[in-house]
Design a protein around this ligand. Structure first.
Ligand code: GLA
Length: 691
């Protein structure tokens, strides 16, 4: 188990470095991410290089038994770069420059930025690739975190090249973007601009490509640095830090280029769904490289500085949140940062070593955590632990949230609602692409799969045909990979699978449409329309109870499906709200609205029972979270009351045999409990609830 933090010794005089190493040892730290923002210290001017201080720090760490995750230091160009090469600065959609003075002020597609960053990485790699302390490479930092869209001339040129490679001919691009609409037909690639400020909606197909392009540009920055490291003979794992479900970067496309997946996660103490949302993030991250443990590169020991209000963590929460990462596949627990800064924007951000010193609650929590992680030792790799897969797809995210749709959908929020219904039941979930639906799950959940690629549809259809249970809808199988309707209406790929014909979207709205109906919508009217749309609901009855759904009440007609629930209000009264269809050896459910919380719970309960899905541990007390990675079951009591959980196995920290695990509030237990023993119990639990 790796334990440590970002380490920024360049912010401190040399006298502090020895104390740092001594205290790191005291806290159980065995790895640090070094020099992430040290470019200006390493290269204070274009032709001046200073590695002496870095040599000293690395040697001190090595002598102290602390391993180094060496940063390539390219995330914040020094002032001389911006002053000498203004073409490296990014530009916003209205043509205004972003200026230096913060960080990440570089245009990802700027050839000059890439050249200068490349030279820095080459020198670092040549100097340290063989250093025995360096065990990993930390490329850049949170690519795109603050600035993910650059509309500069560098971006314009790179975009034209990217489109030329993608489409080959301008005719192919015109067809893919449907440019005969609104006189947008291009005569050549050099007529295309990034989607800079325009009077009204940009072409949605072009926006989808722009999103793909901006994700690719950030990835290219990473790949360019990776190539340089490899060329210099680096043999250590190379990766960069992800940010969970981060919309601008399609991490599923990035993942194959990462030797290990690393993630940064800062659960918001004020978020009532903090535990659910963090669990989803960790499951997403684990699922990016199935079977391979990942690393948490950044979390906060206590408060952050960047939300409007920044409360600290309640006692025990640090351990509980850490355990959630381990439970869901992490083999490394790290923080931003080792020593709290005394200057700069992040001086109010917590750290492992607070500015107030070691006589602090935080230092106590940090050393205790270090000791517990050391006691854990090696843990089993994540296994094939989930029976349920939840489809979450970046291209679909981008497309479904484009404007001018029947209703506005927050794809991540909606995905989290579905995830939460399984999380509430202690059911483990993998997060997958539609294309991965076939790989051995019992239940695939694919909400709002608006943009559906053919390969994704085939995998989903095969999955059902082979005996799996699918639930999908609403607003699913509407467009192709260019965000165009397919010929033949909607549900053109999955219609047979769900046994439905799709007639209309049935967007719901509250009492005000927000617009006068004449002229352009004012900003205020748009706001009002948004609020009204969010209030719109439709009722339906399911399993003898009445429920409501929101966003849409679609008009769908059963061509083979059984109608399980029908709308009771609105335009679609009497028409199908939830359906179930046999297809091959499996079955496909369709929901024609977004079920509200109670309705979702009822639908998920029915799906769980139809598909034979079991929770990780049966009979979990309220507030207790359980997750499995191979033979390891982790139990976390997020509740306010003590709990007792029946799991038999061996306590991974103490080696003691256990059958009943007591958990204090925020208490955590790691139990080695082989899969067979657990599923036998889970079977009987599932049987009991089904009755
Ligand atoms: C991000 C960055 C860090 C730091 C933290 C603060 O994760 O990568 O450098 O700014 O946020 O929470």
């Amino acid at each position: 188990m790796l334990y440590g933090a970002d380490y920024n010794p360049d912010q401190w005089p040399e006298e502090v470095w020895d104390e740092d190493v001594r205290l790191m040892q005291e806290a159980g730290v065995n790895i640090v991410s070094l020099g992430i923002f040290a470019w200006s210290r390493i290269q204070p001017a274009e032709d001046v290089w200073d590695f002496a201080w870095l040599d000293t720090v690395i040697d001190k760490l090595h002598a102290g038994g602390i391993q180094v995750n060496l940063a390539t230091a390219t995330a914040s160009p020094p002032p001389w770069v911006s002053a000498t090469y203004p073409e490296t600065l990014p530009v916003d959609e209205s043509g205004a420059s972003y200026w230096p003075g913060s960080r990440q002020h570089f245009a990802p597609s700027s050839p000059t930025y890439r050249r200068l960053a490349g030279e820095l990485v080459r020198r670092l790699a040549e100097r340290y690739a063989q250093h025995p302390a360096v065990v990993m490479w930390h490329v850049g930092n949170e690519f795109g975190c603050h600035l993910w869209m650059d509309f500069s001339d560098a971006a314009r040129d790179a975009y034209r090249d990217w489109l030329t490679k993608r489409y080959g001919t301008i005719d192919a691009l015109n067809a893919a973007w449907g440019t005969s609409f609104w006189s947008q037909t291009y005569g050549a690639f050099h007529e295309i601009f990034p989607p800079r400020l325009a009077p009204y909606s940009h072409n949605p197909s072009s926006m989808l490509d722009w999103r793909r392009f901006t994700s690719d540009m950030l990835l290219e920055c990473y790949l360019a640095e990776r190539e340089i490291l490899l060329a210099a003979g680096a043999t250590q794992p190379i990766t960069t830090n992800f940010m969970g479900p981060f919309k601008p970067a399609d991490y599923r496309r990035w993942a194959p280029h990462m030797d290990v997946i690393a993630d940064d996660c800062y659960p918001d103490p004020a978020n009532p769904h903090r535990i659910r949302d963090a669990a989803f993030q960790r499951d997403l991250i684990r699922s990016l490289k199935p079977g391979v443990p990942w690393m948490l590169w950044e979390q906060a020991t206590d408060a952050v500085n960047w939300r409007p209000g920044n409360p600290g963590k309640r006692p025990g929460v640090l351990m509980a949140e850490t355990a959630q990462s381990i439970a869901r596949g992490a083999d490394g627990i790290m923080f931003f940062q080792w020593r709290q800064s005394r200057a700069g924007s992040e001086k109010f951000h917590s750290a492992m070593l607070p500015h107030a010193g070691t006589s602090t609650r935080t230092w106590g929590a940090v050393t205790e955590l270090g000791a517990r992680l050391a006691a854990l030792g090696d843990l089993p790799a994540p296994g094939r632990d989930a029976q349920v897969a939840l489809v979450f797809d970046w291209e679909n995210w981008w497309a479904v949230e484009e404007r001018d749709h029947p209703t506005e959908i927050d794809y991540l929020a909606l995905t989290l609602e579905w995830y939460g219904a399984f999380h509430d039941r202690g059911i483990q979930v993998d997060i997958i692409a539609p294309e991965d639906a076939g790989t051995g799950y019992d239940l695939v959940v694919a909400p709002v799969l608006y943009l559906l690629r053919e390969e994704g549809a085939s995998a989903i259809a095969r999955f059902v045909e082979d005996g799996g249970t699918l639930v999908t809808g609403p607003f699913t199988d509407i467009v192709d990979e260019h965000d165009q309707f397919r010929t033949g209406g909607f549900l053109t790929l999955l219609g047979d699978v769900v046994g439905l014909r799709y007639e209309d979207f049935g967007a719901l709205a509250g009492e005000s449409s927000g617009g006068s109906g004449v002229g352009a919508l004012s900003a205020d009217a748009t706001q009002a329309a948004r609020a009204a749309a969010a209030r719109g609901t439709a009722s339906f009855s399911f399993d003898g109870a009445s429920y409501s759904g929101r966003l849409v009440a679609e008009s769908v007609h059963a061509t083979g499906a059984t109608i399980l629930a029908a709308f009771t209000t609105g335009l679609q009264a009497g028409s199908a709200a939830i359906t179930r269809n046999r297809f091959g050896a499996g079955e496909a459910w369709y929901v024609a609205t977004q079920p509200d919380h109670d309705a979702l719970a009822a639908v998920v309960e029915a799906l769980v029972s139809a598909s034979g899905v079991r929770p990780v541990v049966g009979d979990l007390p309220t507030g207790v979270e359980a997750a499995r990675r191979g033979d390891l079951v982790t139990l976390i009591n997020h509740g306010d009351d003590p709990a007792l959980v029946a799991v038999s196995g061996t306590d991974a920290e103490t080696g003691a045999a256990v059958a009943q695990v007591p958990l204090e509030p925020q208490g955590v237990a790691f139990i080695l409990s082989p899969v067979e023993a657990l599923s036998a119990r889970a079977e009987s639990f599932a049987g009991a609830t089904n009755r």
